[in-house]
Design a protein around this ligand. Structure first.
Ligand code: SAM
Length: 431
C-alpha cells in the first residue's frame, strides 16, 4: 500500500496479503501489460477471500476508472472500485461495503476536492513527492490518461506551499513536484492569479531546509523559457530533466499529436544546455507506433545520439482501446518492433554507461537516503542527476547522523546502474 493510501486509511500497512483485512491494488492502464497483471493478482486474491470472507478487496487508479462497474462484473471478488480522484473517499467506501455487504464503485472526477482532503504530509525520510497537479489535457493519440484521469487541474499555490513548509519542518531536504504534466501547473493564488511551475520552483527554493528540487513528468510543449530561466537561476533545481519525447520522427510525432517537431525538441534542449552544460536529460520513448518505418526509428536513434540522452524509459507501443490511435492499422511485424526497441535500449544504456564512467574521479554532492541495500556497512544516496552512489560509512561516524545530510563523495567506480564512492566531506549548505 502506498504512503498516501496508508495514511488516508489510518491503517497499518502490511506486505503480506494473507494477514490483511483490506487488500488494495493501485493500477495503471497506460500500457496493456500493467492492466493484465492486475487481473492475475485479483485471481490470487479471490483464493484468499474464499478462506476469509470478510476480506475487502479494492481496485484503484486508472484501470479502475476506465472499467468502473464492469470491473465488479468481471471480477465479483472486488468490493470497491475507486478512481485516482476518489482515493480520499476510501474510508467511507470501506465503511459502506461493511455496512451494505455489497460492492461500491466511485470513479468520478470531483476535481479540486481531492487536493483538499489528502492526508497531512508525512515524510518517511529526507525525500518526498508532492503532488501539485493531476490529469492531462494534451490528448496524445496513443494515451489513455485524459480519459482515466480527466483534464489538467492544479492544486492551489498556497496549499502546495503549506505542504512544502510542513515537509521541510519534518526534515525533508529534497522535494519532487509531481504531476502527469507537471509543467502545465497553473496554481491559483488566494487572489485568483495563477502561478506557473517556474515561479513555484522559485518559491519552493526559498524555503529553508529544502535543498534540492525535482519535477516530473513534463511535456515538451510547455517546457518554456521560464523553466530554462529557473535552471539558470535556481541552484537547488537538480541538474536533471526528464522530458518525454516519444519519437525523433516528425511524421510519427504528428501522428501521435504531440504538437512539436524533433527540431523544436532539440532546440529546447540545446537552449537548456547553454545554462546547464552538463545537465542529464532523460526521456520516454514509444517504439513501434502504427506505421513506424525503419527511417522513423533511425530518426529516434539520431535524436538520442545527438542529444546524448541519458538513462530513459522506452516502451513498445501498446494499443489502448478508446484512444484515437487504437483505430490505426499497423503492418509492422512484432519481431521488427522488438528489434528496434532492443537497439534503442542498447544505445540509451551505452549513453548512461559512458556518463557513469565519466564521473569516476569527480566529486558529487549526494543526499544520503538510506543504508545500502547490499551491504549494511555502506550508505546510499543520489547525485543531482539521479544516480545512486554507495559508499562505506566513514570510520568512527554514526551512520544515523549522516542520513538526510548532503555529503561530498568522490566517485571511485562506475557500475552498470550505480556508482561507488568515498565520502570526502560534508556538503550541507545550511550547516
Ligand atoms: N507527460 C508525459 C508526456 O509527455 O507524454 C506523459 C507521461 S505517461 C503517463 C508515461 C509514459 O508512458 C509516456 O511518456 C509514454 O512513453 C508511455 N505510454 C503512454 N501511453 C502508451 C502507450 N499506449 N503505449 C506505450 N507507451 C505508452
Amino acid at each position: 500500500m502506498g504512503d498516501v493510501l496508508a495514511s488516508t486509511l489510518h491503517m497499518q500497512a502490511t506486505d503480506n496479503p494473507a494477514e490483511a483485512d483490506v487488500l488494495l491494488v493501485n493500477t495503471c492502464s497506460v500500457r496493456e501489460k500493467a492492466e493484465s497483471k492486475v487481473f492475475s493478482l485479483l485471481g490470487e486474491w479471490r483464493l484468499l477471500k474464499e478462506q476469509h470472507p470478510h476480506l475487502i478487496i479494492g481496485v484503484g487508479g486508472c484501470v479502475a476508472s476506465q472499467e468502473g462497474e464492469t470491473l465488479v462484473r468481471a471480477a465479483p471478488q472486488v468490493d470497491l472500485v475507486f478512481g485516482p480522484q476518489t482515493v480520499h473517499r476510501l474510508p467511507e467506501m470501506i465503511a459502506d461495503v461493511r455496512r451494505q455487504g455489497r460492492s461500491v464503485v466511485d470513479v468520478s472526477f470531483p476535481e479540486i476536492e481531492k487536493f483538499d482532503s489528502l492526508p497531512a504530509p508525512r515524510a518517511e525520510g529526507p525525500t518526498a513527492f508532492l503532488s501539485i497537479m493531476e490529469g492531462c489535457s494534451k490528448y496524445c493519440s496513443f494515451c489513455v490518461v485524459p480519459y482515466t484521469r480527466g483534464d489538467e487541474i492544479s492544486r492551489p499555490f498556497e496549499s502546495v506551499m503549506r505542504e512544502v513548509h510542513e515537509l521541510a519542518a519534518q526534515g525533508v531536504r529534497e522535494i519532487t513536484l509531481l504531476g502527469q504534466n507537471v509543467n502545465a501547473y497553473a496554481g491559483p493564488m488566494d487572489d485568483g492569479v495563477c502561478v506557473d511551475l517556474a515561479t513555484l520552483i522559485h518559491h519552493v527554493a526559498a524555503v529553508q531546509g529544502v535543498e534540492r528540487i525535482r519535477f516530473t513528468t513534463s511535456h515538451p510543449l510547455e517546457f518554456d523559457d521560464s523553466l530554462i530561466e529557473a535552471y539558470a537561476n535556481v541552484p537547488k533545481l537538480a541538474n536533471h530533466l526528464h522530458l518525454p519525447v516519444q519519437s525523433g520522427s516528425d511524421r510519427v510525432l504528428a501522428a501521435m499529436k504531440r504538437g512539436y517537431t524533433a527540431l523544436e525538441f532539440k532546440a529546447r534542449i540545446r537552449q537548456l544546455r547553454q545554462v546547464r552544460p552538463d545537465i542529464s536529460v532523460t526521456s520516454d520513448f514509444i517504439v513501434g507506433f502504427p506505421g513506424e518505418t525503419d527511417r522513423d526509428h533511425e530518426a529516434t536513434m539520431r535524436l538520442v545520439r545527438e542529444l546524448d540522452i541519458d538513462q530513459s524509459f522506452s516502451f513498445l507501443y501498446s494499443r489502448r482501446p478508446g484512444t484515437p490511435a487504437a483505430g490505426l492499422s499497423d503492418d509492422v511485424p512484432h519481431a521488427e518492433k522488438q528489434a528496434r526497441l532492443a537497439a534503442l535500449q542498447q544505445l540509451l544504456e551505452d549513453n548512461a554507461t559512458r556518463r557513469n564512467q565519466s564521473m569516476v574521479g569527480s566529486r558529487q554532492r549526494i543526499l544520503v537516503e538510506r543504508t545500502s541495500r547490499k551491504d549494511e556497512r555502506e550508505l546510499a544516496g543520489r547525485t543531482e542527476d539521479n544516480r545512486w552512489v554507495n559508499f562505506p560509512i566513514p570510520a568512527g561516524v554514526d551512520p544515523q547522523q549522516l542520513l538526510g545530510r548532503f555529503l561530498e563523495v568522490e566517485i571511485t567506480e562506475a557500475k552498470r546502474h550505480s556508482l561507488r564512492g568515498r565520502c570526502v566531506g560534508a556538503a550541507d549548505t545550511d550547516g
